[in-house]
Design a protein around this ligand. Structure first.
Ligand code: NAI
Ligand code: MG
Length: 503
């Protein structure tokens, strides 16, 4: 119900630079755009060119306090609204986001360097889908009746938790935000999001768009750095639930801070997801599957990326050769160009981190680095963070490249000889987010699907997160689930028992 004048264009805006500039220096709190209380800002850079495209408001504890207080005020009324009505409003937001899909896609491509055709447009579409899905679930916030005694009515009801503090990363910021905001709102909570410092713009625009439909204060957006803005959000006494997606390291800090206040926390952390390819697979489909599984189009910046590929020995050489050919055929270039398959790494820091892994791999005795695709030739992109995807062979399980999350366009392919040994290797990891199996042997597939230590196992496909399917890891990959009805019930409500003695 945005009634105050605001600096951003009202309609769909396909000029992403103009929109980025208009979003500069602002938070969205209590139904309106406001600058950071300190007046401070930091630069948002287009990683394809190195040019600044906007300045983001640099939030700190004072901005967090203002946003959380507004959210707490709004929550009282929001929770009183019939759940189905809340859902209907969230559904209306989904329709608005669909109208703005292309705009959001262009904006996210500008700030993250993710290719428009293969990634950014897809993400913007999934975001609308997530809000649409949860918008239909208002009346599923059901409790139970519990048999207790003939003269006692005993029921449970689902109640919201209050203000939710959500901290998101930069790799798929709109989607990962939607997985938190949509169920939180429908369940009757209000939300304060702290965006990732590398990608604050598209999520801010989404917040504004949704505030045209939602009552003020229900959905608020802050930008800023982790320790200065994220930490005070987690620690704020009025934040009654914390949900975080990002690194394991930061996840542990967040979990400790949430433990200090004893509030529930959901963590969606990293992965080192295995892809296991048996010789009896549908070969061509599996090579294509490996390309999508590895998220090469997202420069491998995905927690679910199949960064360890195990291939049964008889087809190993052929598989590596075909993979190399397929990745070579992918076009790296301007993220906003329709022809581009692969865009850029998000930031200089990540670029260096990934490069260091690649150098380490190349130095490892016995390793072969198959460098794929080609850097763009356009001089306008010469400062862009483009990195050729690398397929490594000849590395063993001791290598850091096989054990650690690289979060870049790097995958390691290793041969295997039997199902038991590959299962042991796949499970020999600190992570347990996702896994995929490629075989036409149903017995082997089902057996391994049950024994793989992962939150999500797919056979002969490797799709991205789906709104209605529970998603989340085991081991160091996280705590709790996202997406699905259960995630809303379990992580954004508490169950109250009410007993009425009618005797
Ligand atoms: P990060 O975990 O440090 O950042 C994620 C979010 O947490 C950002 O919004 C950041 O501002 C915030 N944050 C940082 N410190 C905080 C603190 N003390 N309290 C509260 N919030 C805080 O991840 P970063 O530094 O962007 O990337 C490092 C590595 O993390 C990547 O190379 C990748 O391996 C992994 N990662 C995994 C992701 C996933 O989807 N699971 C997403 C992003 C990164
Ligand atoms: Mg960090």
């Amino acid at each position: 119900m945005l009634d105050t004048p605001h600096p951003t264009p009202a309609g769909v805006t396909l000029d992403e630079r103009k929109l980025a500039a208009a979003l500069s220096g602002l938070h969205f709190i209590g139904g309106r755009y406001v600058p950071a209380l300190s007046g401070k800002t930091f630069e948002v850079v287009n990683p394809a060119t190195g040019e600044p495209v906007a300045k983001a408001a640099e939030g700190d504890a004072a901005d967090v306090d203002a946003a959380v207080r507004d959210a707490a005020r709004a929550q009282k009324e929001w929770a009183k609204m019939p759940a189905r009505k809340r859902g209907a409003l969230v559904h209306q937001c989904a329709a608005l986001l669909k109208e703005h899909q292309e705009e959001l896609a262009r904006l996210i491509a500008l700030e993250t360097g993710k290719a428009l055709r293969t990634e950014s447009r897809v993400e913007a579409g999934v975001v609308a889908d997530i809000f649409e899905f949860y918008g239909g679930l208002g009346s599923e916030l059901k409790g139970e009746s519990v048999p207790f005694a003939p003269n006692v009515l005993s029921v449970t009801v689902r109640e919201p938790l209050g203000v939710v503090g959500a901290i998101i990363p930069w790799n798929v910021p709109m989607l990962l935000m939607a997985l938190k905001v949509a169920p939180a709102l429908v369940a009757g909570n209000t939300v304060v999001v702290k965006s990732a410092e590398e990608a604050p713009l598209a999520v801010l625009r989404i917040c504004e768009l949704m505030n045209r439909v939602l009552p003020p204060g229900c959905f608020n957006m802050l930008s800023g750095f982790g320790p200065e803005c994220g930490a005070p959000l987690v620690a704020h006494p009025l934040v009654r639930k914390v949900t975080f997606t990002g690194s394991v390291e930061t996840g542990k800090i967040v979990a400790k801070a949430a433990a200090e206040k004893l509030v529930p926390v959901t963590l969606e952390l990293g992965g080192k997801s295995p892809m296991i390819v048996f010789a009896d697979c549908d070969f061509a489909k599996t090579v294509q599957g490996a390309l999508t599984s590895m998220r090469f189009t997202r420069q491998g910046q995905s927690c679910t990326a199949a960064s360890r590929i195990y291939v049964e020995r008889p087809i190993f050489d052929r598989f590596v050769a075909e993979m190399k050919k397929a990745v070579d055929a992918m076009v790296m270039g301007d993220p906003l160009d329709e022809k581009t398959d692969i865009g850029t790494i998000i930031s200089p820091g990540q670029f260096e981190k990934v490069q260091a892994y690649i150098e380490e791999g190349k130095r490892t005795p016995g390793a072969v680095a198959h460098e794929c695709s080609a850097l763009p030739k356009d001089p306008a992109l010469k400062k862009g963070l483009f990195l050729r995807p690398v397929i490594f062979t000849g590395l063993t399980k001791e290598s850091r490249l096989v054990r650690e999350e690289i979060f870049g366009p790097v995958t390691v392919i290793q041969p295997f000889d039997d199902a038991e040994s590959v299962l042991a290797e796949a499970n020999d990891s600190d992570y347990g987010l996702a896994a995929s199996l490629w075989t036409n042997n149903l017995k082997v597939a089902l057996d391994l699907a049950h024994r793989l230590e992962a939150g999500l196992v797919q056979v002969n496909q490797n799709l991205v997160v789906q709104a209605n399917l529970s998603y989340g890891g085991v081991k160091s990959s996280g705590l709790g689930k996202e997406a699905s009805l259960e995630a809303m019930l379990e992580h954004f409500t508490h169950k109250k028992t009410i007993m009425v003695n009618m005797g």
